[in-house]
Ligand binder design. Sequence first.
Ligand code: ARG
Length: 455
Amino acid sequence: MAKMWEGRFSKEEDKAVNDFNKSITFDKKLYKEDIKGSMAHASMLGACSIIPMQDVEKILKGLEDILKDLENGTLEIDMDAEDIHMFIEAELTKRIGDAGKKLHTARSRNDQVALDMNLYVKSSVEEVKAELKNMISVLVDIAENNLETIMPGYTHLQRAQPVTFAYYMMAYANMFARDISRLDDLEDRLKMPLGSAALAGTTYPIDRKMVAKELGFSEPYANAMDAVSDRDYVIEFASDLSMVMMHLSRFAEEVILWTSTEFGYLELDDAYATGSSIMPQKKNPDIAELVRGKTGRVYGNLMGILTVMKGLPLAYDKDMQEDKESLFDSVDTIKACLPIFAAMLKSATVKKDAMKKAAEKGFINATDVADYLAKKGMPFRDAYKCSGQLVAICINTNNTLNSLLLEEYKKISTLFEQDIYNVIDLKNCVEKRVSQGGPSILSIKKQITKMKSQL
Ligand code: ARG
């Protein structure tokens, strides 16, 4: 295939070299960004009188038609082209002749591909944010329906203190809200690279601010060499996405535990679970397991791009072509995981009774017994010890702290009165936790209101 850069060469490129070198098989994904960027570039070239307006009009019309034809399938991307930039420019020139050859004035593929990737990150960030918002609103809904659903909270995966399912869900909602703010942050840092040309800017009187504005960036990169060398935003995005997957993976693990017979806190809707080919009784949480599994490849993608960029001299190096497949994979993975995970949660049944039963075992109100004594003047360390002794008595006599008789309490400390039973009632244990950010109904309602206003 004839190359745009063929002037300097006396031999045709070896077919194997073309196949090895080309990126069209994956950067075809950037056709929209590439066309959008080229249209902004052409308009700027016209506005700055670098190329004639009649040519600009032909270019814009030509690019619009190419976009239309690609979208409706009448134009197929040539998989022998080197990359999407070459393909679109060649197609344009085929269609409009000499005017098409003027498009690449004051531009290089180095700033062009950087622009395409920035545009891709920009729109993908928006898509991921929308999925995160959907996830949060599902969690808020579940929380609102479970304000009084008492369950054990855990540390070391041992029953620790009573909380509510609403509280648990809002913890995850806040994690996903942080993910959104990280993406906001990345978005704020995106700059417009076009006009950097190969690495050293250009002698043409271009207007980079105009292109930045047209494409929705706050400003162009301040340094053209940085602009064509930079893939920080790719790494940041890959990192932000890894964090989302880490959150999802923790959540997935909980779902896997909760849907086991051992916990029984959650039942997945039949439509969101899978069966076994041999064991008729099985109902497997495959979605959660796959999400947990896919976290590995998203982390791997981050490691990949960090390693590609390590040690690269400025400015553009062909190594940087390796930035695409892994980022596309991370974005596609997240865009697949978030909605299905949210739908799985939304359709699951919360087994309130099982949670309550679990909360009644494991002495998760032992801290409240200690606090009871401490509030009556006993130093907390001593109160802690008394509560521990009571737990030991309960274990030996097959009691719970709620069933143990007051005379037993009094043997440990005379500070105990009848009102201890009220204090260690699980509902009260949760309700009294009114500290800011705590699990009481009032506190959760505030958290929900705050979350809703943030969205
Ligand atoms: N296909 C290349 C990439 O993905 C585009 C930039 C190529 N620039 C160059 N001078 N060969 O990075």
